[in-house]
Design a protein around this ligand. Structure first.
Ligand code: G
Ligand code: G
Ligand code: MN
Ligand code: NA
Length: 259
């Protein structure tokens, strides 16, 4: 495969870049942070999305150095936002972790070092882990995440609701946020809202709050949807209604606009 061959060189050549999609507090519409989403500016194929190369990076092992680069870059960016007087709220940054990174022995030490170098409190970082990456993990496999959570890093369960994890298992995971998959919030767009989707979201929010977890919703595309999800008790929203993923400089403007 052509992409497989040029993937390692791409990191050395600086062909990756990050777009940021704002995370908005639903209660008042303020931007609180952003999710880092990696892209590859391929010299021939143009901009490639994560779906086109993350699985490849995962299977070739490049995900560990690539993930380290994303974390370093995102932490540097969070520091830059915080140093910028235009952002009234100290913005946080969300970084996706792949299953190989969870198995990488130096994950905790490197993450701590990255936060230190950027002068960031651990609470400035949220690591997103998919539900499927944690299914079947035993206590030993969960230890790195638990250590990071104990240090104050926020851990979010990404794409929540699409895996098969049983709900009892959720209690044992060191997570503080459920990130509700877009498929559940789609039904909040139509008028009237899909009553079954409303019940499902209600149930998930109720479960999350019982376990002291906050709820972030993906795929918010309309104001009606944002209102409904806020009324249902979801804390944070992300989606095209607020902003598409974009350059980091835009966070200054967005954060100022609603301050
Ligand atoms: O950017 P886009 O909205 O197309 O994201 C598609 C998927 O790629 C998302 O599910 C996201 O979690 C994943 N993704 C984006 N950036 C990264 C990254 O730096 N590391 C990993 N492991 N996944 C990422
Ligand atoms: O895997 P993950 O859920 O993190 O992927 C996020 C993907 O969803 C990215 O490709 C991102 O560009 C896309 N996305 C972000 N916000 C919206 C939205 O409001 N609607 C839709 N349809 N896609 C979105
Ligand atoms: Mn994510
Ligand atoms: Na997601």
């Amino acid at each position: 495969h052509d992409l497989t061959n040029c993937l390692p060189g791409a990191l050395e050549n600086g062909e990756f870049f990050i777009e940021y999609q704002p995370l908005v507090r639903l209660s008042d519409g303020t931007v609180r942070g952003a999710e880092a989403l990696v892209r590859w500016l391929h010299p021939v194929h143009g901009v490639l999305g994560p779906d086109q190369f993350i699985p490849l990076a995962e299977s070739t092992g490049l995900i560990v150095p690539l993930g380290r680069w994303v974390l370093e870059e995102a932490a540097r960016q969070a520091r830059a936002w915080r140093n910028d007087g235009r952002c009234r709220v100290p913005l946080r940054v969300n970084v996706n972790l792949s299953p190989s990174q969870l198995r990488y022995p130096a994950l905790v030490a490197e993450t701590v070092a990255v936060l230190d170098n950027a002068g960031l409190d651990p609470s400035a970082l949220c690591l997103e882990v998919t539900e499927s990456a944690l299914i079947g993990a035993d206590e030993e496999q969960l230890r790195p995440l638990r250590q990071l959570a104990d240090l104050g890093v926020d851990i979010a369960l990404d794409d929540f609701g699409t895996g098969y994890s049983n709900l009892a298992y959720l209690r044992r995971l060191p997570v503080s946020t459920l990130k509700l998959d877009r498929s559940f919030t789609r039904g909040m767009q139509c008028v009237p809202a899909d009553p079954v989707d409303v019940k499902i979201v209600e149930g998930i929010v109720s479960l999350a709050h019982t376990l002291d977890l906050s709820v972030t919703v993906e795929g918010v595309e309309t104001g009606t949807q944002a209102d409904r999800l806020r009324i249902l008790g979801c804390e944070t929203g992300q989606g095209w209604y607020y902003a598409r993923p974009g350059p980091p400089e835009r966070l200054h403007t967005l954060s100022l606009a609603d301050a």
